[in-house]
Design a protein around this ligand. Sequence first.
Ligand SMILES: [Zn+2]
Length: 322
Amino acid sequence: MSQAEQRSHVIDPPPTSVPSESTFHPGRRSTGELVPSRYALRIGDIDVMVISDGVLPLPTKMLGHNVATEVRAAWLDEMFLPKDAFDWPLNAVVVRSGEQTILLDAGLGLDPDLQLPRAGQLVKRLEAADIDLASMTDVVLTHLHMDHIGGLLVEGVKERLRPDLRIHVAAAEVKFWEAPDFSRTNMPQGFPDALRTAATRFVSEYGSQLRLFDDAVEVAPGVVARRIGGHTPGHCVIRLVSGNEALTFAGDAVFPVGFDQPDWHNGFEHDPEEAARVRVRLLRELAASGELLVATHLPFPSVGRVAVMGDHFRWVPVFWDY
Ligand SMILES: [Zn+2]
């Protein structure tokens, strides 16, 4: 959000359905999007680009369904966030290591039934970044929720991918979606069915390209996927290490509220207690190492570090490097 938009937000919040590219017209037609949607950095010899897939407006209850409404409202208030629904950022990452180009998660794709028109921008934004779908050698999926696989289900995308593309995902994740348990989740109506359908369709469309791993796999030099479970049983994180630098892409192991309130149960967690344990362990590791963290639903470009204060954590975003 630009400073101008932030200022106007205080006085008169703009309707959330207005696309950001139409909010500022200083007298001439713009050829591109007004908001930045990609952010590049290097981890040693590894090139990294965070790409925004857009935003997902979701009810605020999803942030912590095990706490009282007033407690959630107080946190939202402290964060200057609206109390009913706010936009979850949605980030994917492109990594180049050695001869390989690797996509970490694939965004939402298209699902008009769920009224999420501002997400699903990944393919368009890859094109804007001059990244050809056919250049991808590998995809790593943190898990099989729709907002992480849907970009590959958009019509016409599969045909543009290399036929020998490898898609790495934990074996436990694929197994889980054969009979997924939603009894501990707390999602808006329609989501469990949509998630189940998307995961099933993904496995059937890309089954022959899946490369399953149990605990960990080195996908490319310095690019290691490690299963940590929690959010879903086969959820993995991807760690990039080169020289003396490291970055962890944490997928849905941590959400914006997860630093202040690591024990809040996110509505999309299939085993919320385990998800909280996994989150705290990961945040402690990241705080100890001081390495960079990128996560799917942290504010774009979601590059930062973790500080720890007793039982609480603090998100420390990097200063953008221009
Ligand atoms: Zn997600």
